[in-house]
Ligand binder design. Structure first.
Ligand code: NAD
Length: 257
């Protein structure tokens, strides 16, 4: 599968799943627009080591104006965005009664509303070229709930809904939109949950990891960013041209229960 000449913009791609997907698309020959915070240079080096062209744009996914500017710059640099991966996301775990309102607003903004803004900016060019792929990184929590994760579960169910509507509005075109729904992947987002569990229950890091997986993921194994990169690549392939509005679980059996 070659994506030479295509440009992929992956939100939240300086780390974890987003970086894994950026590397997979880069290896297939796409130009890459990275986004996110933290060690930007390491992410850029990881992508450029594949031989791909990469730029990093630091838009905050809570800001509609910064998202619009990111698309302007991406279009100037590469001529358009052919593949959009809505991946940026954060997590906060607390019961509803004590869930901080600011955390709720940030999770809805980054995990859900940003995908509305990126999608509306990407669609015009995709329709013009009659080719596009929108891949939304939802979660098992777009399909089922877990206590303590109200904002995250609400945002991810919303993202699955947005995926279906985007797929319907583009159904007669060469643009597709689908969601990937991962179970636990060992990234900084999940490491924090392991650390919190270890502290709360007085467990070793290994025991906390096993407990977290054991509660939800029947395989007892983490999903990896590389696996998710391969699924994203498959959704970009001609084979997936009529895969529209799907939710592809990669969750070690979590939602099969
Ligand atoms: P991560 O913490 O490793 O990466 C998150 C990325 O989002 C980083 O690049 C970070 O800089 C970026 N980001 C955070 N806030 C941002 C903002 N305001 N603007 C722009 N970028 C911002 O986390 P991850 O586990 O790789 O998560 C990536 C996506 O996958 C998220 O949407 C998450 O909900 C989803 N997901 C993760 C898991 C898991 O187990 N790790 C499971 C299912 C779904």
């Amino acid at each position: 599968m070659r994506l030479n000449g295509k440009t992929a913009l992956i939100t939240g791609s300086t780390s974890g799943i987003g970086l894994g997907i950026a590397q997979a698309l880069a290896r297939a020959g796409a130009n890459i627009v990275l986004n996110g915070f933290g060690d930007v240079e390491a992410a850029r080096r990881a992508v450029e080591s594949t031989g791909a062209h990469a730029i990093h744009l630091p838009a905050d996914m809570r800001r509609a104006d910064e998202i619009e500017h990111m698309f302007d710059v991406a279009r100037e640099r590469f001529g358009g965005v052919d593949i959009l991966v809505n991946n940026a996301g954060i997590q906060h775990v607390a019961p509803i009664e004590s869930f901080p309102a600011q955390q709720w607003d940030d999770i809805i903004a980054i995990n859900l509303t940003s995908a509305f803004h990126t999608t509306r900016h990407a669609l015009a060019g995709m329709r013009e070229r009659n080719w596009g792929r929108i891949v939304n990184i939802a979660s098992v929590h777009g399909l089922v709930g877990s206590a303590g994760k109200s904002a995250y579960v609400a945002a991810k169910h919303g993202l699955v809904g947005l995926t279906k509507v985007t797929a319907l509005e583009t159904a007669t075109t060469g643009v597709t939109c689908n969601a990937i729904c991962p179970g636990f992947v060992l990234t900084p987002l999940v490491q924090k949950q392991i650390d919190d569990l270890a502290l709360r229950e007085g467990l070793s890091a290994d025991d906390a990891r096993t407990r977290l997986l054991g509660e939800k993921q029947p395989s007892g194994q983490f999903v990896t960013p590389e696996m998710l990169g391969s699924i994203a690549l498959m959704l970009c392939s001609p084979m997936a041209a009529e895969v529209r509005g799907a939710t592809w679980a990669a969750d070690g059996g979590w939602t099969a229960q």
